[in-house]
Design a protein around this ligand. Structure first.
Ligand code: ADP
Ligand code: ZN
Length: 727
């Protein structure tokens, strides 16, 4: 254990050194440094960071700097095993104790603790408080106590666990060790309650930013659920994702339908046997299944970092739930897509369920439900809406990562006139009808009911006949969510509000959206995190990661995160020396995996004419969503859109031509360009296409050879990318 830093030294430096040596990271995520300083100083703390904010490292890294044993309380067995596997894979001596251990295993664990061979010990709360565990640990030189998912101690939280209450004994049991609580739950009440329940001494309270800039939020009204789901899956072939449904029946039907068309999807809900649930969860974690279709029963204790999409096939019952469930995407900081398909029916379903709940809880729950519905119908940046809902400020004018800011929702050109038509119709109907009926009248329906009521003779009948019925229906919801209309009584009859009257007088203007137009997506977030990454190499590395994980019997993301694989595919290290500079490669992983990954990089790059050992960008991509690379890519995309040549772009931007070619490749992929003619002259493009027909599109080298080496790799790549976009 000579590798462990001596305590009491200059903490900052030894922390950074530890981070580098074991985890291969060379900087801290926001607030990590402050949180770690608390741990090193033994100053109690409550740390609130969003999912993926790097909470675990806040106590894991200091545990390697302090002498003695860190005790970590964690509620879920699956999560514990995962964390311990991950730590061991980084060379950190860690273990867990829970009910799955045999007597013999427990004895050997106790021996390890006594001999000081462990640095972190994970325990479930009931284990910690059971027969003599605390007494035993008191003799073990405990350096710190960390409590994961600490909101479980608070009955204010959404996930109260009575067994957590016993943790108040910790402070007394280990008077010399700091006690540190970690959670992603935002509410201030819960925060205070945690500190109180644990009897913390003047705790430092650290609260991070709640925004998750790498999540791309998209909300659509549900039309054809399966088609909508498949469209998302189509963008994520071979990647991991979760689909949440409201009912078990929906889970089963959706799974079956997806399996039928060849998706590797598995179900998860409380109606399945424990065994089947466990098996499906494991298959998902180990990347043997791509998609898990689940009720909300799934997710707690899933630490899988490479979830690239979360789909809600129905609307959740609160924004708190939505934030938590969608938050399971993109823990590794790489972009991930969160798509929500909602319908007014979902609102009705939840409302009926709430009506049966006890009155004390009902009011708050109804408020949460309304906020959720407003989010769905909303026309304001989704990131902003969520962040503000949780009481934080959102400063950016545009997030670059939601359907609203990406311009995927079209604003109606003249919303005032459209809204006035709708409101007048509500008035003509004497505020006695619901949204569906009103929409039909505006659309000009000759349904029997309408004719019988003579509403086809109203001046507002058919006023919006040029629009889709569904669109009109959406606009009504949007006007409700902006308070120009209200739904009253048991039948949700539409009424014009005071604000609505002002609108009719032209004194207020609403925002109305048209439904999404396909293909308008430019994913700024995605473009940035893929910048400079060779996708082919990335896929190749993913295969190698999968093989490696299978041999070792651990989940793939424990070998390397998606973020690290992208770094490798960007920098393309040809030696162990350059490999060790990749973020996420610590000493143990270098020793364990370095050779195999470097060999794969070299083989792929020489086979595809790619240069290797690319210098790192000025800013580390992991921590830089607002900074350099995205800006550069955006600028380059602008030039290419103007039709400039590669050498012009390189010169304009002061970058190497090879870098400009990289931007061009990203541009072609992102904008789904199919015509290579701006960059490759016609005859050359034809020859390349012909060669590709003979030898396939998978690898560039065979095409290069087929052309007798007469056309360069850069040109071949451009044409191949265009051909791939076409197919
Ligand atoms: P949380 O528990 O807050 O959801 P995790 O501790 O699981 O977050 O960390 C999320 C991801 O971020 C993990 O893949 C982790 O390895 C990575 N990570 C943590 N700290 C850093 C850092 N300083 N630099 C780069 N990546 C980090
Ligand atoms: Zn936005």
């Amino acid at each position: 254990m000579s590798a462990i830093n001596s305590p009491g030294g200059s903490s900052g430096d030894s922390l950074l050194e530890t981070l580098q040596r074991y985890w291969g990271y060379d900087s801290f995520l926001p607030l990590q440094r402050e949180a770690m300083d608390c741990v090193l100083a033994g100053h109690d703390s409550v740390v609130v960071l969003p999912t993926g904010g790097g909470k675990s490292l806040c106590f894991q890294a200091p545990a390697m700097c302090l002498p003695g044993l860190a005790v970590v309380v964690s509620p879920l067995i699956a999560l514990m095993k995962d964390q311990v596997d991950g730590l061991r894979n980084c060379g950190v001596p860690a273990a867990f104790a829970n009910s799955t251990l045999s007597r013999a295993e427990r004895r050997s664990l106790a021996g390890d603790v006594r001999a000081g061979r462990l640095r972190l010990l994970y325990l479930a709360p009931e284990r910690l408080l059971a027969d003599g565990t605390l007494e035993f640990l008191k003799t073990a030189n405990v350096s710190l106590v960390a409590i994961d998912e600490a909101h479980c101690i608070s009955s204010w939280g959404h996930d109260f666990r009575p067994e957590y209450r016993g943790l108040r004994a910790l402070k007394e049991a280990f008077p010399k060790a700091g006690v540190h609580a970690y959670t992603a739950t935002a509410s201030e009440q819960v925060r205070r309650d945690i500190a109180e329940q644990l009897q913390l001494t003047e705790p430092e309270i650290l609260v991070g930013r709640f925004d998750r800039p790498n999540l791309i939020y998209k909300v659509q009204r549900r039309a054809n659920r399966l088609n909508q789901i498949q469209e998302v899956l189509g963008r994520h072939a071979g990647e991991s994702g979760i689909i949440y449904c409201i009912t078990r029946k929906d889970v089963d039907q959706t799974t079956a339908a997806l399996q039928e068309v060849g998706h590797r999807a598995l179900p998860y809900h409380a109606g399945l046997s424990d065994e089947e649930r466990r098996r499906n969860q494991e298959a998902f974690i180990e990347d043997q299944a791509d998609t898990i279709v689940a009720t909300v029963a799934f997710g707690m204790g899933i630490d899988k970092s490479n979830v690239r999409y979360v789909i809600h096939a129905g609307m959740p019952k609160s924004l708190e739930h939505y934030q938590q469930e969608s938050g399971r995407a993109g823990r590794d900081g790489m972009e991930a897509e969160c798509c929500l398909f909602f319908s007014g029916q979902d609102y009705g379903v939840w409302k009926r369920m709430l009506e049966d709940s006890e009155p004390a809880a009902r009011e708050g729950a109804m408020r949460s439900l309304s906020a959720m519905m407003d989010f769905c119908n909303g026309v304001q940046c989704r990131h902003r809406t969520i962040v503000e809902y949780f009481g934080q400020q959102f400063d950016d004018a545009s997030c670059g990562a939601c359907d609203v800011c990406l311009g995927q929702l079209d604003l109606v050109d003249d919303p005032l006139v459209t809204a006035q038509k709708i409101l007048s119709c509500v008035l003509r109907l004497q505020q006695r009808f619901g949204a569906d009926y009103t929409a039909k009248v505006l659309h000009g329906s000759e349904e029997q009911r309408i004719v019988e009521q003579r509403h086809h003779q109203l001046s507002t009948w058919g006023l919006l006949s040029g629009e889709n019925l569904r669109t009109i229906r959406d606009w009504i919801e949007q006007l409700v969510s902006q308070d120009f209309l209200a739904k009253a009584g048991d039948y949700h009859v539409l009424e014009v509000t005071a604000a609505g009257r002002r609108l009719l007088r032209g004194e207020a203007t609403p925002r109305l959206l048209r439904p999404a137009r396909a293909g308008k997506a430019t994913k700024a977030v995605a473009a940035e995190s893929w910048e400079g990454v060779d996708r082919g190499l990335f896929d190749e590395l993913r295969r190698l990661r999968h093989e490696t994980a299978a041999v070792q019997n651990v989940p793939a993301y424990i070998v390397f995160s998606d973020a690290t694989l992208r770094h490798i595919a960007r920098r393309r290290p040809s030696t162990l020396e350059t490999f060790r500079q990749v973020s996420g490669v610590g000493e143990k992983k270098l020793a364990d995996y370095g050779r195999a990954f470097v060999e794969r990089v070299v083989a792929y790059c020489s086979g595809n004419g790619l240069s290797m050992d690319i210098a790192p960008p000025d800013v580390a991509p992991a921590a830089s969503l607002e900074s350099g690379p995205r800006m550069a890519a955006t600028r380059a995309f602008g030039y290419f859109r103007e039709g400039r040549s590669v050498s012009e772009v390189a010169e304009q931007m002061g970058r190497a031509t090879s870098t400009a070619y990289g931007y061009l490749a990203d541009f072609i992929r992102n904008e789904r360009v199919t015509d290579p003619s701006p960059w490759v002259d016609g005859p050359a493009a034809d020859r390349i296409a012909q060669a590709a027909r003979q030898v396939g599109l998978d690898r560039l080298k065979p095409i290069f050879e087929c052309l007798g080496g007469e056309i360069g790799y850069e040109q071949i790549r451009i044409v191949v990318l265009c051909l791939q976009n076409k197919s």
